[in-house]
Design a binder for this molecule. Structure first.
Ligand code: AQP
Length: 332
């Protein structure tokens, strides 16, 4: 049986990288199996969050899922903190995760920066909680952007560690699904850095709710290089901004990067930027409109999250109970 699980952090507005690297693929995969899409608010507090903003962002991410095409008749949408099994299983799994495995995680190194001694335990243990998110449901497939590949490999290792410790085939090893043309969308200001919610410059990213004018401005000001666009993929080597803009165009126009390169070969960036703006506005405009409409009725969104949590709990609790039994905890 295919069971898909993925999530996004309610840490800021979602951007084009979140959409193309993950959300768009979730929507396309909805008919494949059983789907759970969570708003990972427990992950969000690994860095300080304003409580009122966190609550509102959690609703906003749920609204983005629905506005992008996640159908609550086919998929379960819920907040991670509403299913306590995630945190409980994370503790169990953390007890069989060697620190050496966590020390290799590049995201922790990037987020903790130079002052690692001050970084919270939660940030260090983030990948263990992520493994618990997946394994709590025995999810088989996890559609994510390329940046999450390392965490997914760790989740497989952790599942294996549990199975070996108790000599069982209890947890399936989850498969990462890194799909589409834009698996790693880069910053508009620096083609060597990932487009990210936490980048201080709003001009570095296109947010899912940006107005058409703002999208046009951000793309117009996006960093480029002086040469005309190349005629083959090999010539994109050392030209990260050209590579990124062509990738974005391909993903937003539902074509391949090879076709995008052929379309703009030998032209200046201005043509690519104009057509990319059109494609971005065409894709994001209707999603933003639906998001705004959904956000106008927060009671309805809260009801969707409550219903999702009930359904998610119904799947998670028996799996957690069985895991606890394997560990040797007494039944209640
Ligand atoms: N730039 C990206 N390109 C492709 N996919 C991306 N994802 C994130 N950035 C890109 C994918 O989006 C999903 C949700 O990510 P997240 O919200 O859990 O957190 P993140 O990966 O930490 O996203 P950000 O924007 O980079 O946030 P900050 O700045 O807070 O770290 C994941 O599937 C991710 O792969």
């Amino acid at each position: 049986m295919t069971r898909i699980l993925s999530g996004m952090q309610p840490t800021n507005q979602l951007h084009l990288g979140n959409y193309l690297g993950a959300l768009k693929n979730w929507v396309a995969l909805q008919d494949v199996g059983e789907n759970l899409f969570c708003v990972v608010d427990l992950h969000a507090i690994t860095l300080p969050q304003d409580p009122a903003v966190l609550a509102q962002s959690t609703r906003e991410i749920a609204a983005a899922y629905i506005a992008a095409g996640i159908d609550t008749a086919k998929s379960i949408i819920f907040a991670q903190s509403h299913v306590s099994a995630h945190a409980e299983l994370a503790w169990i799994l953390g007890c069989m995760t060697p620190m050496g495995w966590l020390n290799r995680m590049t995201q922790f190194k990037e987020k903790a920066g130079k002052d690692r001694e001050s970084a919270p335990l939660g940030l260090y243990g983030y990948p263990v909680l992520m493994a618990a998110d997946i394994l709590t449901y025995k999810a088989t497939h996890v559609p994510v952007g390329e940046d999450q590949k390392q965490h997914l490999e760790l989740a497989r290792d952790i599942a294996g560690a549990f199975n070996r410790r108790y000599d069982v085939e209890f947890f399936p090893l989850p498969e990462p699904q890194i799909l589409g043309e834009a698996t790693r969308v880069m910053s508009l200001r620096d083609g060597t850095r990932k487009m990210s919610k936490s980048d201080l410059s709003d001009m570095s990213r296109i947010n899912m709710t940006d107005t058409p004018e703002l999208i046009a401005q951000k793309i117009r000001k996006a960093k480029t290089d002086p040469a005309p666009l190349p005629s083959n993929p090999e010539e994109l080597e050392g030209r990260p901004e050209a590579d990124n803009l062509l990738t974005l165009y391909a993903a937003l126009s539902d074509t391949t990067k090879r076709a995008a390169i052929a379309r703009f070969a030998g032209t200046q960036f201005s043509l690519l930027k104009a057509e990319l703006t059109e494609a971005a506005v065409e894709t994001l405009g209707p999603i933003a409109a639906r998001m705004n409409a959904l956000m106008a009725d927060t009671a309805a969104l809260d009801a969707i999250l409550r219903d999702g949590a009930d359904k998610a709990n119904a799947i998670a609790q028996p799996i957690l109970a069985e895991a606890k039994q394997l560990v040797g905890f007494l039944p209640r």
